[in-house]
Design a protein. Structure first.
Length: 122
């Protein structure tokens, strides 16, 4: 996912895409113009993005253009941050004991007795 709501991001994107002509194309001059001419813009951008992998684009755009991968459910569940934050827990259904179900749990201070250090510091 790429979001170029500011001119500096749009300029950085077209530079990274090696499409400098888009920066001066009046159809795409502003965010509103790009939205108005979205179909034409996507026809230009789609083949360019298809030429590289998601990881290659992230490496090329990170730090200059707001971007993030769009994950499948499996990729999202296997994400390192999800694991580190222990957001997936296994539970056993009271009637059907096998296999355990994997569910996403939102860890919020004060939920399930997990107040966290910020709640006990005062």
């Amino acid at each position: 996912m790429i979001f170029c709501n500011k001119d500096k991001f749009w300029t950085a994107l077209v530079d990274a895409l090696d499409l400098p002509g888009l920066a001066t194309d009046p159809r795409f001059a502003t965010f509103a113009d790009r939205l108005t001419h979205k179909a034409a813009l996507l026809e230009i951008l789609a083949p360019r993005f298809a030429a590289r992998t998601t990881q290659e684009w992230l490496a090329r755009l990170s730090g200059s253009v707001p971007c993030a991968p769009v994950h499948t459910m499996r990729q999202a569940l296997d994400d390192e941050q999800v694991r580190l934050r222990e957001m997936i827990v296994e539970v056993t259904h009271p009637r059907f004991h096998y296999p355990p179900e994997r569910i996403a749990a939102l860890r919020v201070a004060g939920v399930l007795g997990d107040a966290g250090p910020e709640a006990t510091a005062s």
